[in-house]
Write a protein that binds this ligand. Sequence first.
Ligand code: G6P
Length: 366
Amino acid sequence: DAGHYDNGGYEHYLLKEISEQPDTVARTLRGRIDDRFHIAHLGGLNMDAREIRSFRRVKIIGCGSAYYSGQMGAQLIEELARIPADAEPASEFRYRSPVVEPDTLYVAISQSGETYDTLVAVQELKRKGGRVLGIVNTVGSAIARETDGGIYLHAGPEVSVASTKAFISTAVAFALLALHLGRVRDLSPADGRRICEGLRRLPEQIKEILTLEDRIKELAKKYADAPGMMFVGRVRGYPVAREGAQKLKEISYVHAEAYPASELKHGPLALISPELPTVAIVPDDELLDKNLTTLGEIRARHGRILMVGHRTSEAADDCIVVPKNEVELDPILLTIPLQLFAYHAAVALDRDVDRPRNLAKSVTVE
Ligand code: G6P
């Protein structure tokens, strides 16, 4: 209940939780980075190196934002640990009666640790002999107790219904997990070091992004009158786009859809017009040119574009430039401006930011 926690002088818990992220990320990282061997210490996993080397697949489950953070996590695991990984909504996973494999590592994500759909999926996995880790914020919660081990986020209580700091800390926890798995498989010491250093830079870089708040607020006001928004990203940018769209629809009630950028031309391009602006996630990575081409295609249909990336571009109407980290970790930072964008859009539209209609912080029934 919101009444039990101090809002720290912020107008909304959501803004407090967004603003706390330099600290909450530092807490998720604390004591877990080993700069000597460029590895992660994750004592709660209860897994030895031999077991880690036996996994041939990683399957991640969760609901809502937890699911989107799992999609971000799957990419981190594939990139750093080179184990095929994917994420799926927990309820879909359970209802399709999945084949539970002995050489698959299952990871359940939950801020509250009490989400029914995720909890019963974990129970089903355990019944069938699956090895399940939890990435959970709430210590001692049902999912934390039900899993074989895991990673606590240590992000502190999240009060606002829309998840922000737990999403970011979950992605950070996945980077640690990917580093840990990778370094007992075939991630090089040099890459391990690159990731350790990148992780250490995150809190300061988040602080830098938070200083963009006034500008993001102006942009949110400018775009908030649109009846809907499209969010696009490629590969690393796609989970960012999905979470950005999720935040906007949850708290501002503006219709928002996320698409992989290359899929635009296979359908949704028909929607593009001055009335449907696009938020484009454009990191400086190997897909930069492809993304800029997509912006040109949207432009040609008179769509307005807000680009979020590492540089400005003439192809966009407005740009939010965030500090660059390692390519694998950039999605974490690219998500932060979208939280502020959704928050200020919701405020501009006079919504009940912390308690959006029809939603609950944790859904403990089916
Ligand atoms: C609810 C909330 C979402 C949250 C989801 C999963 O639907 O409204 O914000 O992402 O549950 O919650 P969990 O506690 O399992 O992360």
